[in-house]
Design a protein around this ligand. Structure first.
Ligand code: 1HE
Length: 258
């Protein structure tokens, strides 16, 4: 795959690991990297069942590459933000679940990238911030849509107005990550989760990442109908029938086995 030197790709079974590899710049996202992320997701092999986004160095991502900001006028600023939206939308609404392994700075556009993923595993060094207020700019990578859904408008307002940081534990309590793990164990944890995800039926993973967010945001009347249709589509597959038969025959894992 033709990717910039700021991205690396590895494969572990059915899991693809995309690594932000610009640690000397704290994995700040320049345009080439953001477009590389888009290319990676657009050309994901069909047999990949889950993606992990990892990072080199001590920080997940310091956000937008501020050195590329100076040249931008108003219109190109809109186009730039829309480009980020397009790329992150491909992560959120792409073909497979995506896990981010967080550590150190998860700030500005780095938090926007993390928020576009489906699961976030935070090492204890993780801290979250939206320093756009300090830089005289505004979020542009989807934060005003995604972050309030995770932590509420009031907390995002506080982060932006005061430059406040949340640490890993605070972030998990608020919903910025689903897991907090020891330093250096984020990738291993994510790969374990990815392996489980890859073992799910594809129709269920599809329903979880494509149908669930839309149903949750829909008017309840339409939401219940969409849920019923998605449930029927999933349960009608041969795969679902085989899994239920395996459970009834005592051949499947129990909930208590996990
Ligand atoms: C960068 C960037 C960057 C580091 N763009 N070059 N994001 C921010 O406002 C966060 C800015 N960064 C920081 O606050 C700190 O760098 C960190 C807390 C993340 C890390 O601190 P530290 O002491 O480990 O590293 P450092 O010495 O500050 O940075 C190392 C190098 O990375 C240095 O370059 P060097 O050539 O002098 O070695 C930094 O200039 C460079 N660097 N962060 C460019 N962000 C779609 S809209 C999204 C809007 C935003 O994301 S705004 C938030 C931007």
């Amino acid at each position: 795959m033709d990717l910039p030197s700021t991205l690396r790709v590895a494969r572990v079974g059915k899991v693809a690991v995309l690594t932000l590899a610009r640690p000397h710049k704290r994995n700040a996202l320049d345009d080439a990297t953001v477009l590389g992320i888009e290319r990676f997701f657009a050309t994901l092999p069909g047999d990949i069942a889950c993606v992990v986004i990892d990072a080199e160095g001590d920080h997940f991502c310091a956000g937008l590459d501020l050195s590329e900001m100076a040249e931008r006028d108003t219109i190109s600023g809109i186009q730039h933000s829309r480009m980020w939206h397009r790329v992150f939308e491909q992560i959120e609404s792409g073909p497979v679940p995506v896990i981010a392994t967080l550590k150190g700075a998860v700030v500005g556009g780095g938090l926007e990238l993390a928020a576009a993923t489906h699961l976030r595993v935070a090492e204890r060094s993780t801290f979250y911030a939206l320093p756009e207020g300090m830089r005289g700019i505004f979020v542009g990578g989807g934060a005003s849509v995604r972050i309030p859904r995770l932590i509420g408008v009031a907390r995002m307002t506080d982060l932006m107005l005061t430059g406040r940081r949340y640490d890993a534990e605070e972030g998990a309590a608020l919903g910025l990550s689903q897991y907090v793990v020891d330093e250096g164990t984020g990738l291993e944890t994510a790969l374990g989760l990815a392996e489980r995800i890859a073992g799910n039926a594809p129709q269920t993973n599809f329903a979880i990442i494509q149908a669930l967010p839309r149903i949750a945001e829909a008017n309840p009347r339409e939401g219940y109908l969409m849920e019923a249709m998605m449930a029927a589509i999933a349960q009608g597959t041969d795969d679902a029938k085989a899994r239920m038969r395996a459970f009834l025959d005592g051949r499947a894992e129990k909930v208590t086995d996990r």
